[in-house]
Design a protein around this ligand. Sequence first.
Ligand SMILES: NC(=O)C1=CN([C@@H]2O[C@H](COP(=O)(O)OP(=O)(O)OC[C@H]3O[C@@H](n4cnc5c(N)ncnc54)[C@H](O)[C@@H]3O)[C@@H](O)[C@H]2O)C=CC1
Ligand SMILES: N[C@@H](CCC(=O)N[C@@H](CSC=O)C(=O)NCC(=O)O)C(=O)O
Ligand SMILES: [Zn+2]
Ligand SMILES: [Zn+2]
Length: 377
Amino acid sequence: MSSTEGKVIKCRAAVAWEEKKPLSLETIEVAPPKAGEVRIKILSTGVCHTDAYTLDGLDPEGIFPCVLGHEGGGIVESVGEGVTSVKPGDHVVPLYIPQCNECKFCKSPKTNLCGKIRTTQGKGVMPDGTTRFTCNGKPLYHFMGCSTFSEYTVVAEISVAKINDKAALDRVCLLGCGVPTGYGAALNTAKVEPGSNCAIWGLGAVGLAVAMGCRAAGAGRVVGIDINKDKFEIAKKFGCTEFINPKEFEKPIQEVIVEKYDGGMDYTFECVGNIATMRAALESCHKGWGTSVIVGVAGSGQEISTRPFQLVTGRVWKGTAFGGYKSRDSVPKLVDDYLNKKIMLDEFVTHSLVFEKINEAFDLLHAGKSIRTILNY
Ligand SMILES: NC(=O)C1=CN([C@@H]2O[C@H](COP(=O)(O)OP(=O)(O)OC[C@H]3O[C@@H](n4cnc5c(N)ncnc54)[C@H](O)[C@@H]3O)[C@@H](O)[C@H]2O)C=CC1
Ligand SMILES: N[C@@H](CCC(=O)N[C@@H](CSC=O)C(=O)NCC(=O)O)C(=O)O
Ligand SMILES: [Zn+2]
Ligand SMILES: [Zn+2]
């Protein structure tokens, strides 16, 4: 039994007091876990573009003040009543898509979108409708059911994956979001076949993970597309075979691709979050069978469009959340895949910083100078 069990913990956190403002380093209070909840000591967290998306005020579910962060790794500090699947001392990754194994989504092989706590999670509160965070007496909202930008966080039991404790938490935290999302987009959502021609818009961590998945699937060409040419060199490590910078062309990039690649690609992936590149990715697909997967996140009011003829003539437009992985089952296996060198994680980490430098991590992301920055508490 830890000395803090059942007590409020005062700890460091980076609080988003309001949108479009830097995070504020604060001492916050974290209440003990209630029934069905787990309190975790976070040791490392990544910064994903979705954190920036919400902080920038683009997320219709963004509620402030809140504790952001959803790509973390840590150790269970205490558990609430009735929790049986994890115990203090277990190494875990918090999950923004839980897995309850009871809801109709969890019972369906067609989706990973567990619905058990999605409504309260989208309101920034725990399943009972309340928050576990306060700062100077003011309640703080949770984020994506994870809130990994706090030294301690509280999540639902169904929102935590128990992992092999031999794995470095400052690497496997990336299995909380970006890497499974891209890797699974290729393997689960698209189901890339050997010899397929693939194109990826956006060579950030998610896009590079798509490339890693395409290579694992035995893809032929893997075309990396980015307006920042500085991303091309690192993308070779993940399996990109050639590159295109749309800025170097006058005509629409989809016309370039259809001409250059004998009618277009078998699979395309949009990992930017831009409705124009979503259209370009779809219209770069081959007539008759090309499939485009939307991974990028675009805010409310943003709508995709294309001529229906694109779909009538056989192209498929689909999307993915967390790469289609059923989270509690899959993340432990992905950790083992990393330990067995079947997937890369180290290569995604371009910066490691002390937690207090979290705003620098956002700056690096926005400047296109990082792939993933890991913050260590
Ligand atoms: N569906 C899901 O489950 C998930 C979605 N996401 C979303 O995926 C997207 C990518 O996330 P990260 O890799 O963390 O972002 P990132 O910011 O690291 O990478 C985005 C990349 O897109 C490039 N880019 C920007 N505009 C472009 C354009 N017009 N054409 C081509 N490339 C362009 C940037 O240069 C950058 O390399 C974001 O929208 C994020 O919100 C992230 C994780 C999970
Ligand atoms: N609140 C956001 C949701 C945007 C979104 O699509 N989120 C992805 C994960 S992005 C992680 O970096 C997702 O898994 N969505 C599934 C879900 O149930 O939200 C908005 O409304 O834009
Ligand atoms: Zn993310
Ligand atoms: Zn469920």
